[in-house]
Design a protein around this ligand. Sequence first.
Ligand code: B12
Ligand code: SF4
Length: 475
Amino acid sequence: MAGKMKILLINPPSKKEIIANNPPIIEEERGYNPPLGLLYLAAYLRNYSQHQVGVIDSQVEELSYAQLKKKIAMASPDLVGITAMTLTLLDVLETVRLTKQISRKIKVILGGPHVHIFPKETINLPGVNFLVLGEGEKVFCDLVEAIDKKKNLEKVKGIVFKKNQKVVNTGARRFIDRLDEIPFPARDLTPFKKYSSLMAKRQPVTTMITSRGCPFRCRFCDRPNLGKFFRSRSAQNVVDEMEACVKMGIYEFLIYDDTFTVDRGRVIEICQEISKRGLNIGWDIRARVNTVDKKLLRFLKKAGCERIHYGVESGSPKVLRALNKGITIQEIKNAFRWTKQAGIETLAYFMIGNPQEGDNEIRASVKLMRQLEPDYVHLTVLTPFPATPLYLEALAKKKIKKDVWCLFAQKPDVNFVPPIWEENYSRQELFKIAAQIYQEFYMRPGYIFRQLVKVKSPKEAYRKIKAGLKVVGMK
Ligand code: B12
Ligand code: SF4
């Protein structure tokens, strides 16, 4: 007979994450962010089903595998859901293994970007019972219901499972059009006071997604699971969520929309709504340089926007074209100038190891970095991620000889090294150049002075000094 099932959603520990392109300092200092995808699923289930749902964020709780195993055993779930990214696959599989050690009867369901890219490979991994493709809320809820009521699984669109040793893929489901209908993430199911960020002015922080999908086509970027089609929440709905967080004692928000500023009118409405309600909050956003203007930036500042992360990528127009970034150097300079004039901090994302990049192009990037004078620079060595146009081109042009991501998805190996775009430099050279650029940028006396002047508390000073020492030690 169908009944109330116990569902446990798990963000695995980060013990075996494959480090791709982020410098170690960024990895170590990134703080803990809530597992938003899982919290959306939990909220949806709580609203639209009878089942009991819990969340374990092993990362913020700093759980060892032994501790995680105990927690799972104590919860004695019928069903475990785990979020999977390509680089976290080994931790995901370790979590699956522990779960099955507790009881083979627990059904294991995986979702997230990796699963969407590699369904066939993932369903064949040991212990995995079901996959949910793409956006998870509705599909997961339907799957849980179908398992509980022993309905025909082949009728649940958006899942993958095995029947008589054969893989059944019911095909990806349409994206959710009206995002306002999705309940707010169930933040109360995690220790929400523990989430933090190196850059935030106040702790704790939380993350938010106010839109899904990005309409742009940068060749190095993939957003497979949430789609390319831009869908957004209304200003009212977004600010209602912020207000609910304020009631929980959270005043700082990292808004992780791929490009928050796609719809200018909506951004202004959000800012006006925050100001109208008099919320004393701080937040940051990710934006493209060609989607901001002076007036918009003034609105953002007035409503508490403290920092904008811009994808600059390169100081060379040739490289920007090769990446299909769709922005000009002039647009980059304007955006940084206006943002600073508005009194908002800036973070510039740069990459090296790009197609068509040699010494001149790297020099152009370093020069632009200096001219922009952002508050933070985040520099990575370009990783051609699976399912990106750049990776497919690398395979076609034999810049990358084998489909290494797919091989990893079939047989995850702790020694896996993510590919790079090998054109003019070796891997070692690129990482060395990246470390040098970091040190040159962050170790300038003028920069250090400006940052220390802005520090608001001894804790913030401690975090920044610790991060600074790590930059000094980079090789
Ligand atoms: C915020 C963010 C982070 C944060 C917080 C991560 C977190 N715990 O959520 C931080 C900075 C910590 C982070 C770290 C990393 N991230 Co990250 N991150 C993002 C970002 C920008 C937003 C994630 C988000 O909140 N989305 C909104 C929610 C609603 O969507 P979602 O998480 O995808 O969840 C939905 C579905 O995927 C699905 N789903 C997800 N999990 C599950 C589980 C089950 C059981 C089911 C049924 C469904 C399901 O349903 C959810 C609701 O619709 C995405 C890009 C993006 N736009 O999605 C990259 C992204 C997910 N990250 C990525 C990567 C690579 C990483 C890192 C591995 C490497 C790195 N250094 O960046 C680390 C790994 C950390 C770790 N060990 O867990 C990649 C993954 C690519 C891939 N092929 O796997 C992405 C897509 C960005 C990219 N292309 O580079 N990340
Ligand atoms: S890099 Fe940013 S702007 Fe470009 S496609 Fe990806 S999310 Fe969109």
